[in-house]
Unconditional design. Structure first.
Length: 112
């Protein structure tokens, strides 16, 4: 398989994983808003925290980015995922804020 095809597969996988985590993060916000702090909410939080640990271990970069670098000369922001460059650049900031708001709201709901 040629490098271009491998990079496309990496981009597809990376985009699918990204979408999965976006949905999980949005679920945590939804659950906190409707005050449904339950087992599913805790699983979602744990999955996001595990992803955070993976990113931390890899220098705040997705492991798929490192793999993608082997198959591309262009390693600019977003080369390894099917997202607009602005979103790829600000992805962690945007979803960390949403996830943090979810956790803060969930803690408020539990304590009141």
């Amino acid at each position: 398989m040629e490098a271009k095809s491998k990079l496309i597969l990496i981009k597809l996988l990376h985009t699918a994983i990204w979408l999965f985590y976006v949905l999980i993060i949005l679920y945590t916000l939804y659950a906190a808003i409707i005050d449904r702090i339950d087992f599913y909410f805790l699983i979602a939080v744990c999955l996001v925290l595990i992803e955070g640990v993976v990113l931390l271990i890899n220098g705040w970069r997705c492991p798929l980015t490192r793999i993608g670098e082997q198959y591309s000369k262009d390693v600019s922001v977003g080369f390894d995922i099917f997202l607009p460059k602005w979103l790829a650049k600000h992805n962690k900031t945007i979803f960390t804020i949403i996830f943090s708001a979810s956790i803060i709201l969930a803690i408020y709901r539990v304590l009141t």
